[in-house]
Design a protein around this ligand. Structure first.
Ligand SMILES: Nc1ncnc2c1ncn2[C@@H]1O[C@H](COP(=O)(O)OP(=O)(O)O)[C@@H](O)[C@H]1O
Ligand SMILES: [Mg+2]
Length: 224
């Protein structure tokens, strides 16, 4: 994908850009990662390429495991550009939660927590670590209320069977969730309940490690 004709710049981030357009008659986005000038150039190129590869690989694996994620239309190893299925008018889980908190739609929120917990458990049961689980990296294509949860943004993702890795993935989610949506401990607890109910592999061990990782996190905060 040397040529992005037909695509327009949609989002500009610190480490990448997202374009949107059409790929063989289908709505598509192109995710492009680039090198940050102030780091070591060859190390940087290597990291950029790794993230691009992780993302392509994990998205495909995710779909193969029966979980939902954008279809990979094209992965260009030369330019580190990834062309993906574009869910037009989808909503991030972050925006959806904010809206439902505003409406005090407890029922919908609980249903969503249960679904996220179950889907993360399925992801982990298939030995996939997302690496950056936040409510902005989960999306709901329209109609949003159908809760058709999709995973995105797998640049830090990898394959691992380790209970420790899975517990850290959960801890990242907890930190991101509670800082993005303050005073939602009760809701997040529903997510965790659903996770452990659905988890088929190493549930007890993951729970044990999760509490350990959490304690370590707390200590770090106290020491500063
Ligand atoms: N395939 C897609 N369909 C619809 N929206 C998307 C898609 N991919 C990304 N987005 C939107 O763009 C945002 C950023 O994409 P993401 O893959 O998370 O990149 P970043 O690494 O910049 O966080 C997402 O939070 C979502 O709102
Ligand atoms: Mg993201």
């Amino acid at each position: 994908m040397d040529d992005l004709r037909g695509f327009e710049l949609w989002k500009q981030g610190a480490e990448g850009r997202i374009y949107r357009g059409v790929f063989f008659d289908r709505p598509a986005v192109v995710k492009e990662r680039f090198t940050k000038a102030y780091r070591h150039p060859s190390l940087d190129q290597h990291l950029t390429h790794e993230r691009f590869r992780n993302e392509a690989r994990m998205l495909v694996r995710c779909k193969a495991a029966g979980l939902k994620a954008p279809t990979v239309y094209y992965a260009d190893y030369q330019t580190n550009r990834l062309c993906l299925e574009y869910f037009t008018e989808c909503r991030t889980v972050k925006d959806f939660i904010d809206a439902k908190l505003g409406e005090s739609d407890e029922k919908m929120l609980v249903a969503l927590m249960e679904l996220i917990g179950k889907n993360v458990a399925l992801l982990h049961d298939s030995d996939m670590i997302h690496g950056d689980l936040t409510t902005s990296n989960l999306i709901l294509p329209i109609p949003h209320d159908r809760l058709d949860l999709h995973f995105i943004d797998f640049g830090l993702g990898y394959v691992s069977h380790s209970a420790e890795d899975k517990s850290v993935d959960l801890y990242v989610l907890e930190r991101a969730f509670l800082s993005t949506h303050p005073n939602t401990e009760r809701l997040f607890a529903r997510l965790m309940q659903s996770y452990f109910k659905a988890c088929r592999v190493d549930g007890r061990e993951i729970a044990r490690k999760f509490h350990e990782v959490r304690m370590r996190g707390r200590k770090r905060v106290m020491i500063g």
